[in-house]
Design a protein around this ligand. Structure first.
Ligand SMILES: Cc1cc2nc3c(=O)[nH]c(=O)nc-3n(C[C@H](O)[C@H](O)[C@H](O)COP(=O)(O)O)c2cc1C
Length: 185
């Protein structure tokens, strides 16, 4: 396992290199990439061999501003033309609970789970979340191992081998191996 000294975007390429190398050894040959703007997804596209499948998960539309999608349309087209998938969906570890917190205060179960995962790193939390989202969209199977990558605000700094689960069975998800994450200390 690689421990980066600091979280953040500067670890993106190395995280993807680690993820791609591991994914090449897995039968699924799949990496999941959290990407808000498309920047990290484009780097994944540039470095992944042709037989690797990239599933990119974006922020839900309206995350920053109502009805606005932050992901670059051109990069989405490029990924899809090369046979990869781009998923935009409700975030599995916040969903409507974020609205309850903002409107009424307090903290609700999904966000408690999310914050517990953040004790590892933001990126580990994101890796788990996007695995649930991809499983719910049918883009990964619950019986296969995949490599999921997340980061801290932007870029990528964590890569995790995960056995996914559907969100209705989220505690069946397994964190099989943390390949890299920031030291967080
Ligand atoms: C579904 C989803 C949830 C995310 N949740 C968080 C989060 O809780 N904390 C965080 O620091 N970053 C979060 N991110 C950001 C990602 O970890 C990653 O840094 C970012 O999407 C990379 O985008 P870029 O390719 O535009 O740099 C999330 C991204 C997505 C797509």
């Amino acid at each position: 396992m690689i421990l980066f000294k600091k979280p953040g975007e500067k670890n993106t390429r190395e995280t993807l290199e680690i993820a791609v190398k591991k994914a090449a050894t897995l039968p699924s040959k799949k990496i999941l990439v959290a990407s808000t703007t498309g920047r990290s997804a484009k780097i994944a596209l540039d470095i992944a061999p042709d037989d690797l499948k990239i599933v990119t998960i974006t922020h839900h539309t309206g995350f920053e501003e109502p009805d606005i999608q932050e992901f670059d349309e051109g990069i989405k087209k490029l990924l899809e033309e090369r046979g990869h998938r781009v998923l935009t969906a409700t975030h599995a570890l916040s969903a409507g609970e974020r609205c309850l917190r903002k409107k009424f205060g307090g903290i609700y179960p999904l966000e408690i789970i999310a914050n517990t995962l953040r004790m590892f790193s933001e990126g580990v939390k994101v890796a788990v979340e996007i695995s649930l989202m991809a499983a719910d969209a049918g883009l990964v199977k619950t019986a296969e191992l995949i490599v999921a990558c997340g980061g801290t605000g932007s870029g990528l700094d964590s890569a995790v081998v995960i056995k996914p689960a559907n969100s209705s069975n989220l505690f069946d998800l397994r964190i099989v191996e943390i390949l890299c994450m920031p030291q967080n200390f």
